[in-house]
Design a protein around this ligand. Structure first.
Ligand SMILES: NC(=O)c1ccc[n+]([C@@H]2O[C@H](COP(=O)([O-])OP(=O)(O)OC[C@H]3O[C@@H](n4cnc5c(N)ncnc54)[C@H](OP(=O)(O)O)[C@@H]3O)[C@@H](O)[C@H]2O)c1
Length: 282
């Protein structure tokens, strides 16, 4: 399998093992703010043609139907594509979560999802929502379940009550917001970290350190940020609806960053959250 022109290297780099025994492709196409309809369909179709095998949507993105249609019509066997969707906040609670999952699956037009995430650690409801996800996992309609925007304290509380350890925690991670403590916590418990907004939503692509590393390795700033995430052991979820960028964002496996480049990027921590910040969530 290739991502665009980039030869795929090792299985361990292009996929990561989940605690379920399944593997998750390291690069997933994000579709937040990809508009409903043809734009999202075309982006997913293009990504699948270029070799992506992982798409990250959510009920709140309002494009599950387009993602599902593109996956179903792609000609790629269903079992070869990793599809994630997420439970939105106003659907949290045990019964509501089960209903919301059925509706998401209906919009996707799929029999199962590869990963179902609690989108946000909603206070007072996240534990009963998790029980619903455990049921969906037991039924096999969600092949893996996980959380998003959970920091170490949220995870610690969840693990005190959970029967199933989340397979994944999807949080915002870039060199500018590294969440080292939460990532270490996840590593100890076998939870894969997925880095969302891995391109800083475009804000830091011209940062001199990122641009400097990019010039040295002959790659783009976007590729440098994504490669940093891959080398730090994460799944990365870049979003683009443009073919050239979709290809660029997956061409990560025919180069690497040396220790000096990684150290330079590691030094950029500044607590930059480009979206909602779960550090404020009790
Ligand atoms: N769980 C959560 O709470 C949560 C929150 C945020 C995001 N996410 C997930 O993570 C995904 C990615 O995060 P994100 O969408 O916030 O931001 P992102 O991937 O960091 O950045 C996306 C932005 O960068 C642009 N871009 C993409 N590739 C580029 C390239 N190679 N060069 C220059 N610009 C480029 C995109 O524009 P074009 O599309 O115009 O190319 C878009 O404006 C989301 O789509 C979603 O799946 C999850």
């Amino acid at each position: 399998m290739t991502y665009g022109d980039a030869p795929m290297t090792t299985l361990d780099e292009t996929t990561l093992a989940l605690n379920t025994g399944a593997r998750i492709p390291t690069v997933g196409l994000g579709v937040w703010q990809a508009p409903q309809g043809e734009v999202t369909r075309a982006a997913v179709t293009t990504a699948l043609k270029l070799g992506y095998r992982h798409v990250d949507t959510a009920r709140i993105y309002r494009n599950e139907a387009d993602v599902g249609a593109a996956v179903r019509e792609s000609g790629v066997p269903r079992e070869d594509v990793f599809v994630t969707t997420k439970l939105w906040n106003d659907d949290q609670g045990y019964d509501k979560a089960l209903r919301a999952f059925d509706q998401s699956l209906g919009r996707l037009g799929l029999d199962y999802v590869d990963l179902y995430l609690l989108h946000w650690p909603v206070a007072g409801r996240r534990l009963e929502s998790w029980r619903a996800l455990e049921k969906l996992y037991a039924e096999g309609r969600a092949r893996a379940v996980g959380v998003s925007n959970f920091l170490a304290p949220h995870l610690r509380e969840l693990l005190d009550h959970a029967k199933v350890t989340p397979a994944v925690d999807q949080i915002e991670v870039t060199p500018f917001l590294q969440h080292r403590y939460t990532r270490a916590f996840c590593a100890e418990r076998g939870i894969v970290v997925e880095a969302y907004s891995p391109l800083t939503r475009g804000r830091k692509l011209d940062h001199p350190a990122v641009a400097g590393v990019a010039a040295r390795v002959g790659r783009t700033p976007a590729q440098v940020l994504l490669r940093w995430g891959v080398q730090r052991g994460m799944v990365v979820l870049p979003k683009s609806t443009h073919e050239a960028r979709i290809a660029e964002n997956a061409a990560l496996f025919d180069f690497s960053l040396d220790d000096a480049a990684m150290a330079r990027l590691d030094a950029l921590e500044e607590g930059l959250a480009t979206g909602w910040d779960p550090r404020d969530q009790a």
